[in-house]
Design a protein around this ligand. Structure first.
Ligand SMILES: [Fe+2]
Length: 290
């Protein structure tokens, strides 16, 4: 597997606080079958003043330590880049980083306020030749009220990265609901750990892959953690990579919502018997509202 979102670099953001934590994260990643990790510290104006050159240097230094310790993990440089108005200029100048110098770049929007002109921002990146990857949409508090826009972004070439832990309920019932719903509806391109340490937010890509495989099948799960990430490392065009596959019988958003309501109020749903049809919808709703 390839983990393209991980705060493994020591001491430069709210991720690994020192090298011992980085080593523990690396060992945990290797133990579950991860061979490549992208070092993606925050670049957030006013909070984490990381820059491209410093991240590249820190990545090389950590790689040297892993090599010395005999840890078979390859690191590539990247960043978890907060939305800023001068994003394209920043990427082109090297101040901001894409993933492994590819056309694919992680974009972290504000968690609690939907920025005005969000679509324009993302499409300006697409027009500039990049493939923006919106990080953890399932955890953004404004996504429920802007879900149609998220779907338009997907249709317009923006990729979505879900956090592996969200599928295990690590970020609560709302994040679980939106992770499952986006997956079911074929709106998820990548799964990543977004690990910050070895305990509280550990590398857990294997667990996420297993849960996802039960929902959309092993083949699509593998695409989320290997095929598309590998394509990113090789800087392949999005059109040359397999698109997301959701649950085959999932319906349109509006009909799904109507179905959600019907299933949630049905006796079969309450007894846990509504497993066919729109898979898992009733379960998602129960968890959301409990
Ligand atoms: Fe992150």
């Amino acid at each position: 597997m390839i983990d393209l979102h991980c705060h493994i670099l020591p001491g430069i953001d709210d991720g690994a606080k020192d090298v011992s934590v980085s080593l523990a994260m690396a060992k945990a990643s290797v133990a579950q079958g991860v061979t490549v990790v992208a070092c993606t510290p925050h670049i957030t104006p006013g909070l984490y003043h990381n820059s491209g050159p410093a991240i590249r240097q820190a990545t090389q230094q950590l790689q040297a330590i892993f090599d010395q310790e005999g840890i078979p993990l390859q690191l590539v440089a990247g960043a978890d880049v907060h939305m800023t108005p001068d994003f394209v200029v920043g990427i082109r100048s090297g101040r901001l980083l894409s993933l492994a110098d590819s056309r694919y770049v992680l974009v972290e929007p504000p968690h609690h306020i939907a920025p005005p002109q969000l679509e324009e921002f993302f499409f300006s990146l697409v027009v500039a030749g990049y493939v923006p990857i919106l990080t953890h949409p399932e955890r953004l508090s404004w996504v429920p009220s802007r879900y149609e826009m998220i779907k338009r972004l997907v249709q317009g070439g923006v990729w979505m990265q879900i956090t592996a832990g969200s599928f295990a309920g690590a970020f609560g019932s709302n994040a679980l609901y939106w992770a499952e719903r986006m997956l079911d509806e074929g709106c998820v391109h990548l799964l990543a750990s977004d690990a910050h340490d070895a305990q509280r937010r550990p590398p857990n890509l294997a667990e996420g892959r297993e849960i996802v495989a039960k929902r959309v099948g092993a083949e699509e799960a593998q695409r989320l953690v290997l095929t598309r990430p590998m394509g990113i490392l090789k800087d392949q065009t999005p059109s040359s990579l397999p698109g997301p596959v959701g649950v085959a019988n999932v319906k349109s958003v509006s009909s799904l919502r109507a179905e959600d309501r019907r299933l949630a109020s049905s006796p079969a749903s309450r007894s846990g018997g509504a497993r066919d049809g729109v898979r898992g919808v009733a379960g998602r709703l129960r968890r959301l509202f409990k």
